[in-house]
Write a protein that binds this ligand. Structure first.
Ligand code: HEC
Ligand code: HEC
Ligand code: HEC
Ligand code: HEC
Ligand code: HEC
Ligand code: HEC
Ligand code: HEC
Ligand code: HEC
Length: 363
């Protein structure tokens, strides 16, 4: 009985390797649409890998299945193609239950950190590029093998995560954490196919067990909110504290403390404890400020994009460096206080100063 399967497998292998050698066939069987034939569900769960990929920012950026499912380099690509034969074999001879069980519990190292770091850091990218054959005779099989950092990363305004410890105003030392044998997906839960962002509870659970920082130290991680609220410098932009900070209202007074899962304030309740008599007025002023910031953010972002395009066209290298810094501050402020509750006036002031600079850069 076993022998018969081996023969069938043998035939399959021959037929497919014949096809695989053909470059056109290689391309065709590497496209997400081909994978979708056997991973066809229209949801974010097992079987829906094409669907979830289609809805990810990676897809938008042109990062496809084999850019993650396959090690960098020509050998990595061919290994991934051969691995595909196992998929085909299991599709034909395995049961639907077995397939779902496999897809529900992917092995932890299915996509090793190295693959992600190839695109998301400079060091790993350069080390691998030096040590492996990336392409053969100029044939292009997939994006991954063409990625060269810092250039690739910068096209997408992505940070080098092994060097930059502050992302959109949040302090997250990636390098130190990765030393502890952590996998990207431990924090970036179910990276693309389950689509969940890092959560505070993931951080806190491990920190409690392993002597990391206390959850109550909000400002350690949430640096941008701390800077805005207390009117400290955001990069070179100085400001004044929010009136509530001056009256010694603390982060916990609005956010509460304790449970990592419920620190987002319910605005109507959180404000009532201090502003009971004037609650309607205070909430109205909050909404007005939020609208003003939203408008200002939109205008500044649009202006940024126009200036970027024009500087790129003119090839103004030095001005582009400064523009990068402006983008950094813009992103931090947008993430740190999109409604102005922490310090609306400071946010508006920063945005105004950014616009002024954009105008002069664009001249
Ligand atoms: C002919 C059907 C078929 C096609 C086409 C197919 N797959 Fe699969 N795939 C399967 C089956 C069945 C499994 C589960 C059993 C297994 O691990 O082989 C699977 C499992 C996987 C796994 C999990 C492997 C593991 O070890 O847990 C990955 C990753 C994967 N496929 C990626 C892809 C990618 C990327 C493509 C397109 C390049 C693709 N598949 C095309 C049938 C297919
Ligand atoms: C081929 C290069 C490439 C590979 C491989 C890659 N990424 Fe990305 N990644 C990108 C690009 C490009 C973007 C920017 C997308 C955008 O513009 O929003 C991105 C965005 C991200 C983001 C921010 C946006 C989001 O969706 O949350 C995270 C986090 C991320 N990648 C993590 C990972 C992880 C984890 C892996 C490995 C499982 C990985 N990346 C593999 C190129 C890559
Ligand atoms: C200890 C938890 C943790 C680990 C492990 C981790 N990250 Fe992150 N990462 C974060 C947090 C938190 C952020 C910032 C907030 C966010 O993007 O939601 C972030 C941000 C990023 C960003 C920037 C996203 C942006 O919006 O610009 C990229 C890219 C990224 N991580 C890639 C990776 C890759 C690749 C790995 C594995 C090599 C990894 N991360 C491992 C927690 C982690
Ligand atoms: C940005 C990197 C990235 C891209 C692009 C990507 N995957 Fe994945 N994939 C992962 C990671 C990481 C896992 C491990 C489990 C997890 O974290 O979701 C995974 C898991 C899987 C699994 C195992 C079952 C599961 O649902 O977890 C399959 C099958 C799979 N991917 C297929 C695909 C297919 C098909 C595509 C293209 C349509 C694709 N992947 C694109 C990173 C990626
Ligand atoms: C698997 C365990 C683990 C997870 C998950 C984890 N951390 Fe940590 N983290 C640690 C440990 C252990 C330390 C203390 C290490 C030290 O002091 O050198 C630490 C320290 C830190 C520090 C202080 C570092 C410094 O330079 O003072 C910050 C900030 C931090 N973690 C942020 C985060 C964030 C944000 C997350 C969630 C997105 C997270 N961590 C998830 C284990 C973890
Ligand atoms: C160890 C780092 C760390 C500490 C300490 C920390 N946070 Fe967070 N917090 C995070 C991360 C990571 C996220 C999710 C990623 C993101 O939003 O960029 C987050 C998200 C949040 C959110 C949005 C969550 C949601 O459900 O929408 C709020 C609100 C918040 N934190 C408030 C606080 C407050 C208040 C404190 C202090 C009592 C605090 N955090 C302490 C790391 C931390
Ligand atoms: C006056 C009340 C108040 C104070 C004081 C306050 N916050 Fe907030 N914070 C809020 C509200 C309300 C939100 C929800 C934002 C929204 O939707 O308007 C928020 C949102 C956040 C978020 C999530 C940002 C996001 O949207 O992902 C973080 C993180 C945060 N605050 C941290 C802090 C830190 C750190 C401090 C102290 C330095 C602080 N806050 C002080 C009311 C407050
Ligand atoms: C712990 C008490 C406390 C809480 C909780 C609190 N505030 Fe305040 N708030 C104050 C104090 C004190 C001042 C400063 C004195 C004043 O102007 O009345 C203030 C001032 C204000 C002002 C006028 C000054 C400015 O920043 O423009 C607004 C608006 C405001 N708070 C909105 C809110 C909102 C919205 C919430 C809920 C998310 C909230 N506050 C929660 C105590 C609090």
């Amino acid at each position: 009985m076993k022998k018969r399967w081996l023969i069938i497998l043998g035939i399959l292998v021959i037929v497919i390797i014949g096809g695989v050698i053909n470059v056109k066939m290689l391309h065709y069987t590497s496209e997400p649409e081909f994978c979708a034939k056997c991973h066809p569900e229209k949801n974010f769960g097992p079987g829906g890998e094409f669907y979830s990929w289609e809805h990810s920012s990676h897809a938008e950026a042109g990062v496809k299945c084999l850019d993650c499912h396959g090690r960098p380099g020509l050998v990595g690509y061919l290994q991934a193609k051969l691995g595909g034969l196992k998929d085909l074999y299991n599709e034909i001879f395995g049961s639907e239950e077995e397939k779902l069980a496999k897809l529900e519990n992917p092995p932890k190292d299915l996509v090793p950190n190295e693959t992600c770091l190839f695109c998301h850091s400079d060091e790993v990218n350069q080390a691998i590029r030096k040590s492996r054959l990336m392409q053969l005779a100029g044939l292009k099989f997939r994006l991954l093998d063409e990625v060269q950092n810092p250039g690739f990363r910068e096209t997408f305004w992505l940070p080098d995560i092994l060097k930059v410890d502050r992302i959109k105003g949040l302090y997250i030392p990636h390098a130190a954490h990765l030393e502890n044998d952590l996998h990207c997906a431990d924090c970036h839960k179910g990276m693309i196919h389950r689509a969940a962002k890092p959560s505070m509870c993931t951080c806190d659970k491990c920190h409690q067990e392993n002597g990391g920082p206390e959850l109550s130290d909000c400002a350690l991680c949430h640096q941008i909110q701390e800077e805005l609220y207390f009117g400290k410098k955001v990069r070179e932009f100085a400001g004044t504290p929010s009136p509530m900070a001056e009256s010694e209202v603390s982060c916990e007074d609005c956010h509460g403390s304790g449970d990592c899962a419920s620190l987002r304030p319910d605005v109507s309740k959180a404000c009532a404890s201090c502003h009971e008599d004037e609650l309607e007025d205070v909430l109205q002023s909050y909404r007005d400020k939020a609208r003003e910031i939203k408008n200002s953010l939109q205008i500044t972002t649009k202006m940024f994009e126009e200036t970027y395009r024009s500087l790129l066209q003119k090839g103004e290298e030095q001005k582009l460096v400064r523009l990068k810094e402006i983008k950094y501050v813009l992103d931090e402020v947008a993430a740190g206080d999109p409604t102005g509750i922490h310090n609306g006036d400071f946010v508006l002031d920063i945005l105004k100063r950014l616009r002024k600079e954009l105008a002069s850069l664009g001249k």
